[in-house]
Design a protein around this ligand. Structure first.
Ligand SMILES: C[S@@+](CC[C@H](N)C(=O)[O-])C[C@H]1O[C@@H](n2cnc3c(N)ncnc32)[C@H](O)[C@@H]1O
Length: 270
C-alpha cells in the first residue's frame, strides 16, 4: 500500500523545496512523519501510486498548488491566544486611540479567524466606552481552507468550548449557538473581512495603511532571511507609529531597524 510507504531522502528534499517555494516555510527533515502524513492525504484523494507521481502532479497541475498549501500549513490558533497581548491591545492601544478615523487592523496570518474575531470583540467592547470608535479588520492567510472557516465564522469543538468556559460573557454577547455550532454575530462580521495573501508578496492596496498588525505565530516557520523579507513587506503596509504584535516565541531581534521595542512581542514602527 502506497499509503504506508516512506518518503525517501530524495523525495523529502524535493517536497521540502516545494514547501519553501510555495509558502516560504522551512521544514526540517526531522518533520518527516508529519510531512508524510499530510502528503498521503493528497495521494489518497488523487489516487496516485507514488510520491514521485505526486511531485510531478504538483509541478504540472495549476490547481494542486493551493491544495498543497492547504495541507502543508499548520493552522493552530485559539480565541484570545496569549492573554497579555490582549491586555495590551485593550488597555493600552484601544484606550489611547484618539483618532476619529477608523482604526485599521490586519490579522496577517489569520488562520480560521479566532484572532480576527478576538480583535473584533475587543473593539466592540471598547465601543461601549467610546461610542464614536470605529474599526476595520482585515484577516489574511495563505491557506484558502482556513479562510473559508474564518468567513463562515461557525465554530465547534475544543476551541470554542474553551473560549465559552473562560470568557462566558463575551461568548454570550458575540455568538449565537445552535445544537452544532456557535456562530459569530453579524455585528462582528460586518467589520471583518478575509482574503488570501502570501506574506512574501507585497500587500495589496495602499502602502502605509494599517494602524496595528497582528503577525503572530507565523515567523517561527520561516528562516531568518525570509523573516526579514516578511517584516519588510509588513512594514510597508504600516503607518509610521503603527504597532506590530508578534507571537509569544517571536521577536524582531536582528530582523529590522524600522521598529522600536515597546513591550514583549510589541513593536512600534519608527
Ligand atoms: C499557527 S497559525 C497562527 C494563527 C494566529 N495568527 C495565531 O497566532 O493564533 C499560522 C498561520 O500562518 C499561515 N501562513 C503560513 N505561511 C504563510 C505565508 N507565507 N503567508 C501567509 N500566511 C501564512 C498558515 O496558513 C497558518 O494559518
Amino acid at each position: 500500500m502506497i499509503y504506508l510507504m516512506e518518503l525517501n531522502s530524495n523525495q523529502m528534499e524535493k517536497i521540502i523545496d516545494l514547501v519553501h517555494f510555495h509558502t516560504g516555510i522551512t521544514i526540517s527533515p526531522s518533520k518527516k512523519s508529519m510531512l508524510q502524513g499530510r502528503i498521503r492525504q493528497r495521494l489518497k484523494a488523487l489516487e496516485l501510486e507514488s510520491y514521485d507521481d505526486y511531485i510531478a502532479y504538483l509541478q504540472t497541475d495549476i490547481n494542486e498548488k493551493q491544495e498543497f498549501i492547504n495541507i502543508i500549513t499548520t493552522n493552530e490558533t485559539t480565541f484570545f491566544r496569549t492573554e497579555k497581548v490582549w491586555k495590551y491591545f485593550q488597555e493600552e492601544f484601544l484606550i489611547n486611540w484618539k483618532n476619529s478615523l477608523p482604526v485599521k487592523i490586519w490579522s496577517a496570518a489569520a488562520s480560521t479567524g479566532e484572532e480576527a474575531y478576538s480583535i473584533a470583540m475587543s473593539c466592540e467592547e471598547h465601543k461601549k466606552i467610546k461610542s464614536s470608535f470605529q474599526y476595520e479588520i482585515v484577516g489574511t492567510d495563505i491557506s484558502t481552507k482556513v479562510l473559508k472557516y474564518a468567513q463562515d465564522a461557525r465554530y465547534s469543538g475544543r476551541n470554542i468550548n474553551n473560549f465559552k468556559e473562560r470568557h462566558t460573557k463575551l461568548f454570550q454577547t458575540y455568538f449565537n449557538e445552535d445544537d452544532e455550532f456557535a456562530e459569530v454575530v453579524p455585528e462582528l462580521k460586518k467589520n471583518t473581512s478575509f482574503s488570501s495573501h502570501n506574506l512574501f508578496s507585497i500587500p495589496k492596496g495602499n502602502i502605509a495603511q494599517f494602524d496595528i498588525v497582528f503577525l503572530r505565530n507565523v515567523l517561527i516557520y520561516f528562516k531568518q532571511e525570509d523573516q526579514k523579507q516578511v517584516i519588510n513587506n509588513i512594514s510597508r503596509a504600516m503607518k509610521p507609529g503603527a504597532i506590530l504584535i508578534l507571537g509569544e516565541s517571536e521577536s524582531l531581534n536582528g530582523l529590522s531597524s524600522e521598529f522600536e521595542y515597546v513591550h514583549p512581542q510589541t513593536y512600534k514602527k519608527k
